[in-house]
Design a protein around this ligand. Structure first.
Ligand SMILES: [Fe+2]
Ligand SMILES: [Fe+2]
Length: 134
């Protein structure tokens, strides 16, 4: 399984958000490692829990910045966050029901990985440009 690397091409131009994206990717990588190493259920559910918690913290930060600054695309951006929240909760549910299956490993890697990176590149970039211009 592939882990993700943060690089400058993912910078949204706002230090606080970039720093959180690094941590977010790091938490994601910890899940990938735990699942691909077939670590015990406790360990995997711990890494998933950290990822869920940090996702909430990070989305909370972005949503607060959007609200403070009157970001016009806030509703659409928040909807995309809700999609990721749902996806992530679905993975946690799948894990609870079936454990660390091949399927879960594949879903964690491709689906969430793509979503995470795509969200940063396509949705957070626009927010970053708006905040940097404030
Ligand atoms: Fe976002
Ligand atoms: Fe973000």
């Amino acid at each position: 399984m592939q882990t993700l690397e943060w690089d400058n091409s993912l910078s949204v131009g706002v230090e606080e958000i970039d720093a959180q994206h690094r941590t977010w990717i790091d938490r994601f990588n910890k899940v990938v490692e735990a699942v691909s190493d077939r670590r015990g259920a406790t360990e995997i559910s711990k890494t998933l829990g950290f990822l869920v918690d940090y996702t909430e913290e990070h989305f909370g930060t972005e949503e607060a910045r959007m609200a403070e600054t009157g970001y016009p695309d806030m509703p659409a951006h928040r909807d995309r966050h809700d999609d990721i929240r749902l996806t992530l909760n679905g993975l946690v549910e799948d894990f609870r029901e079936d454990g660390p299956t091949e399927e879960l490993a594949g879903d964690v890697e491709t689906f969430l990985g793509n979503w995470l990176i795509k969200h940063i590149r396509e949705v957070d970039m626009k927010l970053g440009a708006f905040l940097a211009a404030q």
